[in-house]
Design a protein around this ligand. Structure first.
Ligand code: HEM
Length: 472
């Protein structure tokens, strides 16, 4: 009897092993109707995630992960697996641009989708995507920035920076995160709802703790549920009470009253949530990187200070806020921002997930695979002489305001080009404007690492030694 059991058991084990081998074989050799780029799918499920996500110094122009693969495969386009998804990575500018134009579906891994919500309005169908894009542009597009937001951002950032400076040293990145969080909470809840604004602020900070871990098991999903539940309750309360609304909610309620609108309360909450998350996670990080680059280069710091000193000197009322004309006149500041975005864009900026097989650059990008386009062209010797040097002056006499071209893609391209790019640039310029009022240094412990997003293991603290406006 025991022999029969032994036989049955060994048959079962053999079948399991066979199935496992077959599964591993299929994992390693994914099916495709066309020609896949070279590459390796790594270990089953894990793929090459850990190597891809290993932190590296932000001043490296190419991640060690990427460098190794490009030289191993001799190709700027290769296949891999990350976060359980099949991925094609490209550093070829033509492939990236072609892909950005050919597909309009923003690509994200399942883990990232979970963070932003399974039904995220930006990941849904084409029509809804276009609709929420246009709505977001009404919040933070150039017109809104110019007529209203510049004043609000300026006031909030100025307060945070002045208060920080009074204590001699403060974390600029944290100050920017707080200011942007407050701005959004006020734009959503209205100026008067201070308790709600505070609650929402607490929610964002709870959520922000490590949300971008980008791993398989993300603690951020519970925090997201908490934040969106609170947001929904606050919006519903507002809707019922007919109180004065923040201008973002004004626009949203106005839309929700229209016949056949694509917007309902859950989508509105999701939109606000996504917007808040992106604004607090992207811009302050880039700002921190700028401060590091500027602090390490006295000539850049000096020129920035000179530019902002002139703006303040020419202002009739020294206490008046920043104007749009002053913002547009910050030529060197725009050069610094443009150069920083060139210099630090070492991670994917074109994210797609095509609905059908696409033939691009001699390879097939199969339907359902993720496509990550990395703008390695930012370090092309022919396009940018001496590309490894951070040099804002390289933009002198060039298009300093443009945010997308074949050779410059920090904000992506095509149908999903970043809707917050102008808002981000304005926020950064305003911080630089107010900070330039002081003689400042960056804490020597400050380190900037890349782990997909930018991370600051020792914070991003500035020390203030002098208020330069005291000299006038
Ligand atoms: C310097 C800061 C920022 C950088 C470097 C950045 C970068 C990007 C990139 C690379 C994309 C993907 C484009 C693609 O795959 O084609 C993107 C999309 C997006 N960004 Fe930003 N972003 C920044 C700031 C912001 C801010 C402040 C907001 C919110 C106001 C924002 C909202 C969005 C949204 C909603 C999308 C998706 C657009 C769509 O699907 O149509 N971003 N951003």
């Amino acid at each position: 009897m025991s022999e029969v059991y032994g036989l049955v058991l060994s048959v079962i084990v053999s079948l399991i092993v066979l199935k496992l081998c077959h599964w591993i074989y299929k994992w390693r050799n994914p099916k495709c109707k066309g020609k896949l780029p070279p590459g390796s799918m790594g270990f089953p499920v894990i793929g090459e995630t850990f190597e891809f996500m290993r932190p590296f110094d932000f001043s490296l122009v190419i991640s060690p992960y990427l460098e190794k693969r490009i030289s191993r495969y001799g190709s700027k386009v290769f296949r891999t697996s990350l976060f359980g998804a099949k991925v094609i990575i490209s550093t070829d500018p033509d492939v990236n641009m072609e892909m950005a134009k050919a597909s309009s579906q923003l690509g994200a891994t399942d883990s990232l989708r979970r963070i932003f919500g399974e039904n995220n309005v930006f990941f849904k169908n084409k029509d809804l995507h276009k609709y929420v894009r246009n709505l977001t542009i009404r919040f933070v597009g150039p017109e809104s920035l110019k007529t209203r937001l510049i004043h609000d951002i300026d006031t909030l950032l100025r307060n945070h920076i002045e208060n920080g400076a009074l204590s001699g040293s403060f974390d600029v990145r944290e100050a920017a995160i707080k200011a942007v969080g407050e701005l959004i909470a006020k734009k959503v809840m209205g100026e008067t709802e201070s308790e709600a604004v505070k609650d929402l602020g607490l929610c964002w900070s709870a959520f922000r703790a490590n949300w971008f871990n980008f791993s398989y098991n993300i603690p951020g999903t519970t925090a997201r549920r908490k934040a969106t539940t609170l947001l929904k309750a606050l919006i519903q309360k507002k809707q019922a009470s007919k109180e004065v609304l923040g201008e973002f909610l004004d626009v949203i309620f106005d839309e929700m009253e229209k016949d056949g609108t694509a917007l309902d309360i859950d989508r509105a909450v999701n939109l606000i949530f996504t917007f808040s998350l992106l604004s607090q996670e992207t811009t302050p990080g880039i700002l921190g990187a700028i401060l590091k680059l500027v602090a390490d280069r006295p000539s850049v710091m000096q020129e920035l200070q000179r530019e902002h000193e002139v703006i303040i000197r020419n202002r009739a009322d020294k206490e008046a806020g920043l104007t749009w004309e002053e913002y547009k006149s910050m030529t060197f500041t725009h050069m610094v921002i443009k150069e920083t975005l060139r210099f630090i864009s070492t991670q994917p900026t074109v994210h797609r997930i095509p609905g059908q097989d696409l033939q691009i650059g001699g390879y097939t990008v199969p339907a359902g695979w993720l496509f990550f386009g990395i703008p390695q062209v930012h370090f092309d010797e022919e396009k940018y002489g001496d590309p490894l040097t951070f040099n804002p002056w390289r933009w002198q006499g060039k298009d300093i305001y443009g945010t997308v071209s074949r050779d410059y893609m920090p904000f992506g391209a095509g149908a999903t080009h970043c809707v917050g790019s102008e808002f981000a640039k304005l926020t950064i310029a305003i911080v630089l404007h107010h900070l330039s009022r002081y003689r400042w240094t960056l804490d020597p412990k400050t380190r900037v690492l890349r782990k997909y997003s930018l991370i600051f293991p020792a914070g991003c603290k500035v020390h203030i030694s002098k208020d330069l406006t005291d000299d006038h």
